[in-house]
Design a protein around this ligand. Structure first.
Ligand SMILES: Cc1cc2nc3c(=O)[nH]c(=O)nc-3n(C[C@H](O)[C@H](O)[C@H](O)COP(=O)(O)OP(=O)(O)OC[C@H]3O[C@@H](n4cnc5c(N)ncnc54)[C@H](O)[C@@H]3O)c2cc1C
Ligand SMILES: CC(C)=CCC/C(C)=C/CC/C(C)=C/CSC[C@H](N)C(=O)O
Length: 477
């Protein structure tokens, strides 16, 4: 007889990871289970917007890759729509001059890239494409309900030891071994790592490939804001949103009038000034568990639940409406400055990682800012910008809005991913970020955790950590 479904499930965190998990748990366990989703801040988490002059702009997760099939499917299933997110013409600034500038003519760009870097740009594109092709296998595995009990086993299922090896070596080591030149690595690869992860090529090779995929055409975003996916997933999953902060989790034994005593988890949480507790059969932790980001204490577990010390990179997103001082980057006349995004090399004198022209969440990016007009620009920096620094970058500005984050893991390969199964029916999603931090990665983690919880609840061990899945499913239609 199939086991009766659980009565209560708790998900801590209403970002894309937690809300994806809620969506898939509902699909697997059916309509009778109660799903509570706890959120201490805004639904969406690191998918967030800031408002300037009545317009909303992405301040957190902004672009989605065309091959991110979970995000694509959510937008379709949840009645949302996409807007294109072109970055406009890209330049690379080294603190003195633009070492590379894109041209609006494709053929000119090809000639410039070959002139400066030979065929390395083409080789890089092929390396990234191979890694993303293998990553796409996860969608077939999950569509057949297969789950993995660790991030390492999931990565290994995509491409064996070599794929897992990406995760254990730095991007620098990987690309040096592949024969890429220092000039190409310093002027093209490092600036992309700086805009996407605020780090250098010391990050692991897998997240480096994920980061480089952001140079592909066809990047998009959700019209109205990427965070809408989370609120719509919550609604579609018929979950209960509890606006409160979970402080502790402890395993308890509950005896009922009928039947045997059962093991449950007690979650103690605060809403406003009041403290409450509730009991759950299954708990999913959909937030980074380091103290600064979630501050959840695991009480009386034996053995104790590991402490999480994963350092997350501080990052500040600043949105400024003003007229860019293009003379910072080039001596050319203002009206000849046509770059939409300026990346930077790893120069300690530079106080920004990047600056890019952005449109509101309601419209597609118009990639061609007019140099003589005030636009909204998004700046990523390690710390808050001073007024002097802003006045260096802008001839004049009307508004500046900033949002500070603990944005992504600080990557230090060889990486050791935290466990997904922390205890019998206690699951952790955000270890996936140690492989790569992106909204699609959290959606994959949410789906995987939902499948894992479902199969472990029902004893479907054959659906977990299956070897050679790629070969097994190759013949499936
Ligand atoms: C500035 C920035 C730019 C980015 N750009 C991109 C991009 O362009 N494309 C892309 O794919 N990714 C991007 N990312 C990464 C992406 O946004 C994240 O990987 C993803 O949103 C993480 O989702 P999550 O649900 O795993 O975690 P989060 O979004 O962090 O959600 C965790 C939630 O848990 C809540 N929480 C924590 N502790 C508790 C508690 N004790 N009780 C209750 N609630 C709790 C938090 O408030 C939070 O809402 C960016 C991130 C940042 C910061
Ligand atoms: C998960 C896979 C296979 C692909 C995801 C690619 C992707 C969208 C990665 C996001 C990387 C990231 C964290 C970017 C942050 S900055 C984004 C953008 N450049 C901006 O300026 O907002």
């Amino acid at each position: 007889e199939p086991r009766a479904p659980p009565e209560n499930i708790a998900i801590i965190g209403a970002g894309i990871g937690g809300t994806s998990a809620a969506y898939y748990l509902r699909q697997k366990f059916g309509n009778d289970v109660k799903i509570d989703v706890f959120e201490k801040g805004e639904v969406g988490g690191r998918l967030a917007t800031v408002t300037m002059q009545g317009q909303e702009y992405e301040s957190g997760g902004s672009v989605i890759h065309p091959l991110n099939l979970h995000m694509k499917r959510f937008v379709k299933d949840l009645g949302l729509s996409a807007v294109q997110s072109p970055s406009g013409l890209v330049g690379v600034y080294n603190g003195e001059t633009l070492v590379y500038e894109e041209n609006s003519w494709f053929i000119i760009n090809m000639i410039k890239l070959i002139w400066h870097y030979g065929f390395q740009s083409l080789r890089m594109h092929m390396w990234v494409e191979d890694i993303l092709d293998k990553f796409m296998r996860i969608y077939r595995y999950q569509s057949h309900d297969y789950a993995f009990s660790s991030v390492e086993k999931l990565l290994h299922s995509l491409g064996g030891d070599d794929y897992l090896g990406l995760f254990n070596r730095s991007l620098l080591e990987t690309l040096q071994k592949a024969g890429f030149s220092e000039k190409f690595l310093d002027e093209i690869i490092t600036p992309v790592m700086r805009i996407n992860y605020g780090q250098t090529m010391d990050i692991n090779g897998f997240v480096g490939a994920v980061s480089m995929s952001c140079t592909d055409p066809g990047l998009w975003a959700v019209k109205g804001g990427n965070k809408l996916v989370c609120s719509r997933l919550l609604k579609a999953s018929k979950s209960n949103l509890i606006s409160g902060s979970v402080m502790s989790i402890e395993e308890k034994t509950r005896t009922k009038q009928t039947g045997n005593p059962t093991k449950v988890y007690e979650a103690v949480y605060q809403t406003g000034s009041e403290t409450h507790s509730a009991f759950y059969d299954i708990v999913l932790l959909a937030t980074p568990l380091n103290r600064k980001m979630s501050n959840i204490t695991f009480l009386n577990f034996d053995p104790p639940i590991e402490e999480f010390h994963q350092y997350y990179e501080p990052l500040v997103t600043t949105l400024i409406k003003g007229q860019l001082n293009s003379t910072v980057f080039t001596s050319r006349a203002l009206d000849e400055f046509d770059l939409g995004t300026v990346l930077t090399t790893d120069n300690p004198d530079l106080f920004i990682n990047s600056i890019g022209f952005v449109s509101s969440v309601e419209e597609s990016n118009n990639p061609q800012p007019k140099a003589d007009r005030a636009h909204v620009w998004k700046i990523f920096s390690a710390g808050p910008l001073t007024k002097e620094q802003i006045l260096k970058l802008f001839v004049s500005y009307d508004y500046a809005v900033k949002r500070s984050w603990l944005a992504y893991p600080h990557y230090t390969p060889p990486e050791k991913c935290p466990s997904i199964i922390l205890h019998d029916r206690l699951y952790y999603l955000n270890g996936m970020e140690v492989a790569a931090s992106a909204m699609e990665m959290s959606a994959v983690a949410g789906y995987n955790a939902a499948l894992l919880a479902y199969h472990r609840w029902n004893g479907h061990t054959h659906m977990i950590d299956q070897e050679d899945l790629y070969e097994k499913l190759k013949t499936e239609l």
